[in-house]
Design a protein around this ligand. Sequence first.
Ligand code: PHE
Length: 465
Amino acid sequence: MTQSNPSAANGDTSSRGLWSSRLAFILAVTGSSVGLGNVWKFPYITGENGGGAFVLVYLACIAVIGIPILMAEVFLGRNGRHNPITSMRLVAERNLASPLWRVSAIVGMIAAFVILSFYSVIGGWAAAYIGHGATGDFVGGNPDTINAMFGNLLASPGELLLWHSLFMALVVLVVSRGLKKGLERSVTILMPALFVLLLVAVGYATTTGHFGEAVTFLFKPDFGKLSINGVLIALGHAFFTLSLGMAIMMAYGSYLGRDVSIGRTAVIVGVTDTLVALLAGLAIFPVVFANNLEAGAGPGLIFQTLPLAFGQMPMGSVFGTLFFVLLVFAAWTSAISLLEPVVEWVEEKTTLGRSGSAMLVGFLCWALGIVSILSLNLWSDVTPLAMFERFEGKTFFDLMDYFTANVMLPLSGMLTALFVGWCVARESLKKDVGLDGKLFGVWYGLTRYVTPVAVAVVFVYNLLS
Ligand code: PHE
């Protein structure tokens, strides 16, 4: 994915390679951001949080907080030209700020590690569904049979472990070889293909007779249905879905050429990511309503609805199988970006080398994933924080998801915004970010004031409620 460009020609003094083109960078960033977050998580949290009002807050968070932070992270990476922690230290030194700001990258890396552990388990679910699609299990399915299929998967720790192990092995494989052309090419082909298949699913959804109901559910806000915790979840998901607050965009930005406009690129990625999520919603909710399913069914939602849709449409087995293949790919490119920063760091701090580090981190992450697997069956009654009302009924798996996405990522993102907004010289930002006059002012204001204040307000409200 990177090649040894004469980076000095761009005014860069370091000898690291650069992305082969602006498109390559956009694809890699899109590969990281479009994943299970869009297709699996967005629909189910939207269902759990009442629809329209939640979606509106989520869109606002993407526009006002997500995209500006994406720009800030890419800026830090390109300005520092090292791994995220070192980059932050260097940028801090240049701007006479405290090196302690790099705490934000450290919090992010811990979050990345924990997220990957359960992300791989969900990636495993998607992989298991490739098999179900291919063997015709979706055909003629009704809500009961499809629910049973999902229930059986979750009830079987052995099967879950198998798919989780396979998925993690795939991720470790790529990361241990370094990110090469292969990934770039697969993103070029597979991301558009996933998009097309989502359109097919939306096309089917329009024939269910409940499309209008779904559009109303998704886009007509009813703020009575949105809790303050729902606002926190929308905010957290804006970070999760754009892969922010984890130093990933810093790592990717460190290979970005000087001539690329950070601003424009961030907008393209933000819009693409959002479109994929909305398409997933439009594919899923008509099926939910047509079959009298529960919109708030939780993490199983897409696995209980899409197979029904595929089972009823012509050539459903082909489309269904293909869809889950592409979903696994989308998850894979995201998971790679989750493992990459931690591996880079271990590689630098130890003598294990690239593949040794990838294997070590991958193994530890895999082991932690077992906790999530057990949460789905043998430990499904273990709710460690049940003494707090908010966490009643939440298993280890639910809690890891909650704390990483809704606490650690926004916190790390807030620190990044504060650092870029208040410690980095305005002129250096202006020169680097590539937005002209007015737009720069808007971004600067959002980064300096709006993001930190918004995150702080949502946090405080949540603590008090
Ligand atoms: N953004 C990815 C998704 O939406 C998940 C992810 C989160 C990837 C954090 C990397 C970092 O699925």
